[in-house]
Design a protein around this ligand. Structure first.
Ligand SMILES: [Zn+2]
Ligand SMILES: [Zn+2]
Length: 392
């Protein structure tokens, strides 16, 4: 049975209303001006020192407690996805082709509710509150952009927390990973060059399409044949662009994909193997190839003592039998950059409605959450902050 405090109960209606408002007006990464405006205005009204325009549209709110002590960082992501919503809800997206299909509307509402409750605590808190409302998580570049703009200048967080709603778990549960929680992410850009020609005279051309097809196949062996069976990694080619007509062999093929790993050494090893495989297969088929990788985010690794604290806070809210040990996720989240600044724990708040496990997952056009997850997430953020700052 879920336990929510009277303070969270008092804010639940407002939190749901804000989540629905944000859901109606979703904004893509680095375009979250309306959302950031609402966040900044509410934080200011609560007495926080607010900074805006960090990493284009990021917002921070800082509040010192009545006594000196530790600093706790609480992060919420605020961006939406380029998806046309198909969920039949009264608060359906009013922006064509843009949808909060990952629940960041809920994270923003939970973060602001926690900010309100903790602001009232501030005089009795031993330490400082640092709220981070981060843009462009879906692009995996918002956190780094905020940090480059000095979002944490003069702030030394001792512990960090964030929550993510997840329909893979039913509402009422909280899932927490020990150690590795989410993978690092690289974007891969592979260009294969041959020599174009007539589609009916392949012998007088050098066909980059056939070479690229074999490269895609050969890349499947990086995980299956070169990675230890007990280590995890993902190599996916997700875009394959070539050609202009049925009778023309093109000069080049451009492929885009992603590499995901939990282990930084394995990532380095696979990047070398990737280059060797692409260049080697291309050369065997008389083509040349280049591989470019953009390192987007490190892996999210939960800190053991902070995770133990998070698990105990979650157990008080959800009941210990509903705090689930979670397998690491092969998705990525650039919250990892904040975890490099402070030991952190990322908690997954079960949000599936009773029809679980068939509830549409995040990034699906029919994604929707059970809104009772909001009070659980807000309660978790409040509880974790109080525990770190010694005012539980
Ligand atoms: Zn997402
Ligand atoms: Zn998300």
């Amino acid at each position: 049975m879920t336990r929510t405090s009277p303070e969270v109960q008092a804010l639940t209606e407002e939190m749901i209303a804000l989540r629905r408002d944000l859901h109606r007006h979703p904004e893509l990464g680095f375009q979250e001006t309306r959302t950031a405006g609402i966040v900044a205005e509410r934080l200011r009204a609560l007495g926080y020192t607010v900074r805006t325009g960090l990493g284009k549209t990021g917002v921070t709110g800082f509040l010192a407690g009545g006594k000196p002590g530790k600093t706790v960082l609480l992060r919420a992501d605020i961006d939406a996805l380029p998806i046309q919503e198909q969920a039949e809800v009264a608060w359906k997206s009013e922006s064509p082709g843009v949808m909060h299909a990952c629940g960041h509307d809920a994270h923003t509402a939970m973060g602001l509710a926690a900010a309100e409750i903790l602001a009232k605590d501030a005089p009795s808190l031993a330490g400082n509150l640092c709220f981070v409302f981060q843009p462009a998580e879906e692009l995996l570049i918002g956190a780094e952009a905020m940090l480059k703009d000095g979002a944490l200048e003069g702030v030394k967080p001792d512990a960090a927390f964030a929550v993510h709603v997840m329909n893979r778990w039913p509402v009422g549960t909280v899932a927490i990973c020990d150690g590795a929680a989410m993978t690092s992410a690289d974007k891969l850009i592979v260009t294969v060059t041959g020599r174009g020609g007539h589609g009916a005279n392949p012998h007088s051309a050098i066909d980059p399409i056939v070479a690229s097809a074999q490269i895609v196949t050969a890349l499947q062996t990086l995980v299956s044949r070169e990675t230890h069976p007990l280590q995890a990694a993902v190599v996916s080619i997700t875009m394959f662009k070539a050609g202009t007509a049925f009778n023309i062999i093109p000069d080049t093929v451009e492929m885009t994909g992603t590499l995901r790993c939990f282990d930084a050494d394995l990532r380095e090893k696979l990047l070398v193997a990737l280059r060797r495989t692409v260049e080697g297969v291309a050369a065997a088929l008389r083509c040349t190839a280049t591989v470019r990788n953009e390192f987007l985010t490190p892996a999210v690794v939960n800190d053991p003592p902070i995770t133990a604290l998070a698990r105990s806070v979650a157990a008080e809210i959800a009941g210990s039998d509903r705090v689930l040990p979670a397998e690491p996720l092969t998705g990525s989240d650039d919250v990892a950059y904040f975890w490099q600044k402070a030991p952190g724990c990322y908690a997954f708040i079960g949000s599936a409605k009773p029809e679980w496990p068939s509830a549409p997952a995040g990034h699906n056009a029919k994604f929707d959450i059970d809104e009772s997850a909001l009070s659980i997430g807000a309660e978790f953020l409040v509880g974790a902050a109080r525990r770190v700052l010694g005012s539980a």
